[in-house]
Design a protein around this ligand. Structure first.
Ligand code: 3SL
Length: 235
């Protein structure tokens, strides 16, 4: 049977070979939730970057520049990191260059995997169904916060383990821990996370509605996948 593993922080990536794996990158608050929303609203392409200057350089190629540092929109960028900004009909068919504090860093660190998939609660079941069709072992990469563990990405990893129960075996204890946490939290994730570090950080920026939105399961059915260094939706 295939296996599922969970890397709880990008700083632990050296422990998890990505070659021959299907990697699901998750940054619930808020990068991968934004990306999922963007594709659900018809955006054509997202090019993820670790560095601000590489992202900004894409402007001359007709890309919108998007993302944040420490939760705040970058000066001179077209878009920030709220999923609601990507529900704009004028962005339909757009190409977006994206850089964030943790989410796009985790994507770049996952390069070399046989498939890189963008996961969020918003497309949880669609991602699980896509993973069921693949032959590879699965690794969920939690973006965390600047190398530290966070609860919300771990809850998503646990939700995926739960969805794939019977189809894949946990490769170590991290998927089991994530699954146990998710089962404890699932009836009230907003409440469960109320004391968490990034919820508190975002609350200071006054974006409570982003938090509730990003914790809602199965709003969309898109599955963004990285091919030739850009993300596109495959369904
Ligand atoms: O770190 C990231 O990738 C962001 O999603 C963080 S924030 O939610 O915009 O603060």
């Amino acid at each position: 049977m295939r296996t599922i593993d969970v890397c709880l922080s990008p700083d632990m990536m050296h422990l998890y070979p990505v070659v021959d794996h299907a990697v699901v990158v998750v940054d619930i608050l808020r990068a991968t939730s934004c990306m999922t929303t963007a594709f659900a609203y018809g955006i054509d392409t997202i090019a993820p970057f670790a560095k601000l200057e590489h992202c900004l350089a894409m402007k001359v190629n007709g890309f919108y520049t998007a993302g944040e540092r420490d939760g705040k929109k970058v000066d001179g960028f077209d878009l920030g990191n709220s999923p609601f900004e990507y529900q704009d009909p004028k962005l339909k068919g757009a190409k977006i260059a994206f850089t964030t504090t943790n989410g796009t860093q985790a994507i770049v660190k996952s390069l070399g995997a046989s498939e890189i998939i963008i996961g969020s609660f918003l497309n949880l079941t669609a991602v699980a169904n896509h993973l069921k069709t693949l032959p590879q072992n699965i690794l969920v990469v939690c973006a965390g916060w600047k190398g530290k563990f966070n609860l919300e990405d771990t809850l998503f990893a646990g939700a995926l383990v739960e969805k794939l129960k019977g189809e894949v075996n946990p490769a170590c204890d991290a998927p089991l821990a994530a699954q146990a946490l998710y089962n404890q939290a699932k009836s009230n994730m907003v409440g469960f996370l109320s004391n968490s570090s990034h919820v508190k950080r975002l609350a200071k920026l006054n974006i409570h509605k982003d938090i509730t939105f990003c914790l809602t399961e199965d709003t969309y059915s898109v599955v963004p996948v990285l091919r030739d260094n850009v993300l596109r939706k495959i369904n």
